[in-house]
Design a protein. Structure first.
Length: 221
């Protein structure tokens, strides 16, 4: 009887250990952003976060994504939410902010300080980051554009984050669609927010960078 009990305990310990290992291997990623992340104008399942999670699982990844996107959010809003977004279970974070700063013409120096604050919060929490860049339109002038566009690569280098230059990289292989009409086909009527098919293309463009993010998390575990 004792031998049977001992064998049972060994088997149970192995099973419990396997369960704990499986749970530990799951990577939890928070997507901190604005309406592009939140999925504005789309059914929940068609938004960026659900589509990205499904794509990653199709790649064989054990992941859980948290939608930390808030429509209309600026970099200041993202900074204000960063601390409580970075809960102990979060292993990595995707940061996609700055579009609403541009729409309001806010100072680039302010956006830089806010994004740096987010990256510092992630560093303090020992969380890996994928920083996705944003490019300013030309109507604010060349100086504004140069200062704003430089924020993301500069901070990515300074904080050692994974970097992707544009959220919309997946909509064109070369980043500059030759046919504007075809490019517009990936967007909703407002011309700002992608439609379901556009999000699918966006996820395909961002996906490899997220895989690199997951690899960075796993390397540090």
């Amino acid at each position: 009887m004792r031998k049977v009990l001992a064998a049972f305990l060994v088997i149970w310990a192995g099973f419990a250990g396997a369960q704990q290992q499986a749970q530990a291997e799951q990577v939890v990623i928070a997507a901190l952003g604005d309406s592009l992340t939140q999925g504005y104008g789309l059914m929940q399942s068609d938004g960026f976060v659900p589509q990205l999670e499904a794509w990653l699982k199709d790649q064989g990844q054990d992941v859980a994504l948290i939608n930390a996107g808030v429509s209309g959010d600026t970099t200041a809003g993202g900074l204000a939410r960063a601390a409580w977004t970075l809960t102990p279970d979060v292993d990595a974070m995707i940061v996609t902010l700055g579009g609403n700063d541009l729409l309001r013409g806010l100072p680039p120096a302010q956006a830089r300080a806010n994004i740096e604050g987010i990256l510092q919060a992630a560093r303090d929490a020992d969380v890996e980051v994928l920083l996705i860049g944003m490019q300013a339109p030309g109507n604010f002038g060349p100086d504004y554009k140069a200062e704003f566009d430089a924020i993301y690569p500069d901070l990515a280098q300074a904080y050692g984050t994974i970097f992707l230059d544009s959220f919309f990289a997946g909509l064109s292989e070369d980043g500059a669609p030759a046919d504007p009409a075809a490019f517009r086909a990936w967007f909703q009527a407002d011309g700002i927010h992608p439609n379901r098919a556009g999000v699918t293309r966006i996820v395909q463009g961002i996906g490899p960078s997220v895989l690199a993010l997951i690899e960075a998390v796993q390397a540090g575990q």
